[in-house]
Design a protein around this ligand. Sequence first.
Ligand code: KG4
Length: 337
Amino acid sequence: MPIILAVETSCDETAVAIIKNGKLLSNVVSSQVDVHKKSGGVIPDVAARLHVENIISILQQALKEAKIHLKDIKAIAVTRGPGLITALHIGVQAAKTLSLILNKPLIPVHHLAAHIYACEFVKKFRFPLIALIISGGSTAIILMKKHLDFKIIGETRDDAVGECFDKIARFLGFDYPGGAKIDELAKKGKYKYELPTPLLKDRYNFSFSGLKTAVINLVKKEEQKKEKINYNNLCFSFEKVAIDTIIQKTFNAVFDYKAKQVLIAGGVSANSYLRENMLLMAKNNNIDIIIPPIWCTTDNAAMVAKIAERLYKKKMFASFFLDADPNWKINDFCNFE
Ligand code: KG4
């Protein structure tokens, strides 16, 4: 396999990775999270400005760590979408420029597909496979019958689960993004606050906005009654309801589609309660599972590089007219021209 350079700027991480024969030569990520903490969320224009400021030094660092020169690169991969359009543009323009100057193919990559393929750093895929993607922007159950073939069979009807974690965290006064803080407090808590299970009857689809409102209303009521909220118990009660629903629906899909393997991907896949209980559920039902290492649950370019090797073999290259697409659907990911 030739050396591929991958670029990722879909939200608030500027990242470049270089891969050769499935082995990462470098993987550099610069997170903007400390800047966005101050505003309580990602501001698209600020994200774009920081990507512009960082991209060249991240590129240089990735080349230096990989101990290679730009002329050794045989293809350029880039996250084309979904994501923030202001942020996606920077990576796509950088990748198109490199591709033009070096006269090497451009490989557009779908962000969620890249999250799924991060799991290939752990082990080979076995089909049919059910992928659970849970992040700040997405909550979806995807069926894969073969490589690069994605079918969404369940998704959220409103908030993504990460968004729900972040909004509750913000309401409780925690820093953005608050998912990890809720996870940390939940470890010390018990199920003491009764919360409604969302969309109980739907086998694969999710809804989290009702759960979010229920948590907020519960806190307000307790405050009115001058009751002290136990944050650890509240975080665990919320986390348990949200994650149990996700696990239940994922395994509905695993059983219905007779999946040989199940995997988790995206920022919320770092959640410790989810990781522990997905493993347990898979073990009890004799289903092979891939749990990605924490470093590749957050946005990075290594996952873009990983899937790009497969796309390179299939010659899935794009012309320079291709632009970022913030609403790119994973189902038609392989028909981008
Ligand atoms: O994949 P990602 O970087 O976001 C998108 O690209 O959309 O994931 C970020 C999300 C945030 O909502 C963050 O709060 C959540 O992942 N997250 C967690 C944990 N770590 C990160 N949620 C729950 N438990 C965690 N340990």
